[in-house]
Design a protein around this ligand. Sequence first.
Ligand SMILES: CC(C)(COP(=O)(O)OP(=O)(O)OC[C@H]1O[C@@H](n2cnc3c(N)ncnc32)[C@H](O)[C@@H]1OP(=O)(O)O)[C@@H](O)C(=O)NCCC(=O)NCCS
Length: 204
Amino acid sequence: MTGAAAGESPPPPANKDWQPNDMNTIPFNEPDGRLRPLQSADAPSIAAAADDPAIARWLRNGFPSPYTLADAESFIADFAEREEGERHLGIEVDGRVVGVIGVVPGTPGDVHERTAEVGYWLGASHWGRGIATAAVTAMTRSLFAETELVRLQAAVYEGNRASCRVLEKAGFTKEATLRSYVFKRGEILDAHLYAAVRDGVRPG
Ligand SMILES: CC(C)(COP(=O)(O)OP(=O)(O)OC[C@H]1O[C@@H](n2cnc3c(N)ncnc32)[C@H](O)[C@@H]1OP(=O)(O)O)[C@@H](O)C(=O)NCCC(=O)NCCS
């Protein structure tokens, strides 16, 4: 019997008031690795890690390049606690935020309210240690455990093999190639659509 059927409070709606468990942090395997809400004190380390065209090329144009301290400060102030389920958590390793992972659900009340887009980036000095894979895996498990979201997806731009690998290792499945989906830096690119659905998530 479900909690609601047993007379307990119904689960929270998918797109509202979601907070990760464990005191707003999500631990992952990297020594001292965790996902946690961003604080204004994180701005310098975020700006230092994010100011890199090798990161910006794979993200939407709203990601600044160059990426200044002021950009980091306004990101933290404006986006860290958005309404309607959108969340951006810092990827903290060894006590410093070296990247960000975010989740943006569909519009509440509309057909995609239980689907969310996942995005992430990591400073280049931390690439190749499995950190992004651990972060995506931890975020996926937490979202499926803590919310009513049933589908997480990401559209990876053509050529971004590292991100495709991250999603594959985190248990996402490639569902399609979206042809001519992206116009980035003067180029039309395909994108690879990856998704994880609630029943398909790897067991903890
Ligand atoms: C994508 C990104 C988050 C990966 O972070 P990371 O912590 O280095 O990723 P991981 O170490 O967990 O895994 C990377 C995997 O990609 C592989 N990889 C890296 N570069 C590669 C390349 N050029 N070709 C093929 N595979 C590559 C690694 O070998 C590893 O796979 P393996 O474990 O099977 O060997 C990081 O490169 C990044 O921030 N890139 C810029 C922003 C971005 O692309 N964001 C995602 C947008 S969809």
